[in-house]
Ligand binder design. Structure first.
Ligand code: GLY
Ligand code: MN
Ligand code: MN
Length: 438
């Protein structure tokens, strides 16, 4: 992502904060996996959105109207020894030259310097309640300013949530963000195709997962979230991530996996037969889910509200369940009583962006918000018929299906960013039948 993009975001934020305010945005904390081993570091999404800075131990401060600089970055200093062990650092000069900070200070000096930036500012914008440890430090900084009251220096009086400002900005994607998300979806689509081609009975779920990892890594991407690779009964466990069971002939395989490119997520689910050919029962349920998904995608357009795609999906799924005697009674009552929840227990989507479940309110003043061009959401209906489900005949047992795409709201409808991932029965069977390079 171009630095100009970050500059525009900083400018927009500064304008919205208004005079006498200050916004404090820390990056994520590093997390221990076991003793001396850490999880790979991933910057906090709000922090990254505003700075483009991917190193740990950093705090950005935005101070509208401050003559000495409106954007101050605290970060690690250059340190040849530490860099030999743990990797390169931008340092203070890099913060100024590469990341356009107007002032940069060592993170080790934040306790002394940050309180000075709060002096005579009335309002502090921050993500209160996100990180207890950080909240305490913030109160400590404010208290330091309060101690100067007798010298005539005023301490901030108001604490406001930065989310309402920043998350509205993040909800509407720029051209550059959309280009990145399209590319992330392309990479994920290629990974799903590879997985379909590699799949066959008796290999383990993790062997198929390896195909996903291989494709993501080939493009320099981590997974945006832990991949779900669940065969048969495992496809009916919504957050299954063990991915260690052998795949059985005659079962379906559900894969929910997406690459993260330059911190932007994709989120795709495809479900296909382990042996390459859908059984009659699998095909019937698959077609219901696909019909629901296509109808929901059609409902993604400006002016429609957030919940419309979900309502459309629920209607199609319930119709299909009634047609196949998985539910009894009439359509209206089944929808009203939410009887479909026995087989469809989640919602039809979520915002997508820097976070997989991205930020942005779904309701405004208690009402579902309207979709607008530039918003990106997932459309992911499914049906999950676990074994022994009361009222479900045995022929449907262990059929778990979800179809998930990433969808951009455009001026006159929508654009499916993940359209390169095959999803009709015919497309999937053709890809799995074709001989392919190992
Ligand atoms: N992969 C997470 C989700 O579909 O919401
Ligand atoms: Mn999703
Ligand atoms: Mn998903």
């Amino acid at each position: 992502m171009n630095q100009r993009e970050f500059k525009q975001r900083q400018k927009k934020l500064l304008q919205q904060l208004g005079k006498n305010s200050v916004a404090i945005v820390p990056t994520a904390a590093e997390k221990i996996r076991n003793r001396d081993a850490e999880f790979p570091f991933r910057a906090d999404s709000d922090f990254y959105y505003l700075t483009g800075f991917k190193e740990p131990e950093a705090v950005a401060v935005f101070i509208p109207g401050r003559k000495a600089g409106e954007y101050v970055l605290f970060c690690r200093e250059r340190d040849p020894l530490m860099e030999t062990w743990n990797g390169r650092r931008a340092g203070l000069a890099g913060a100024l030259q590469l990341y356009n900070a107007q002032e940069a200070y060592p993170i080790d000096q934040i306790e002394e310097i940050l309180p000075q930036l709060l002096e005579n500012r009335e309002r502090v914008y921050c993500a209160i309640g996100n990180d207890e440890h950080f909240d305490k430090r913030l109160m400590g900084w404010v208290n330091k300013v309060r101690q100067k009251a007798r010298t005539g220096i005023l301490a901030p009086q108001e604490f406001l949530s930065l989310d309402s400002v920043l998350h509205e900005m993040r909800l509407r994607k720029s051209k550059a963000e959309i280009a990145l998300m399209r590319k992330a979806a392309d990479i994920s689509s290629a990974a799903h195709i590879k997985a379909m081609q590699a799949c066959r009975p008796s290999i383990s779920e993790y062997v198929v997962e390896a195909e996903l990892v291989h494709t993501f890594t080939k493009y320099g991407c981590p997974a945006a979230y832990t991949s779900i690779v669940g065969g048969g009964a495992n496809a009916c466990i919504l957050h299954y991530t063990e991915n260690d069971a052998p795949l059985q002939d005659g079962d379906l395989l559900l894969i929910d996996a997406g690459a993260e490119l330059d911190c932007y997520a994709s989120d795709i689910t495809r479900t296909f037969p382990v042996n390459g050919t859908f059984s009659q029962a699998q095909k019937i349920i698959y077609e219901i889910v696909l019909r629901a998904q296509l109808a929901a995608i059609k409902a993604v357009k400006p002016g429609n509200h957030w919940n419309q795609p979900h309502e459309v999906a629920v209607k199609e799924l319930t119709k299909g369940l009634l047609e196949n005697k998985l539910l009894r009674g009439d359509l209206k009552t089944n929808i009203k009583n939410e009887n479909y929840r026995k087989y469809y227990m989640h919602r039809t989507g979520h915002w997508l962006g820097l976070d997989v479940h991205d930020v942005g309110d779904y309701k405004i003043n208690g009402k579902w918000r309207k979709l607008e061009p530039g918003m990106v959401l997932t459309i992911e209906p499914g049906l999950y018929i676990a074994a022994e489900t009361p009222g479900a005949s045995k022929k449907w047992w262990n059929i778990g299906i979800r179809i998930e795409d990433d969808v951009l709201v455009t001026e006159d409808g929508c654009d499916v960013l993940s359209k390169k991932a095959p999803k009709t029965v015919a497309e999937i069977e053709a890809i799995m039948a074709k001989p392919h390079a190992a």
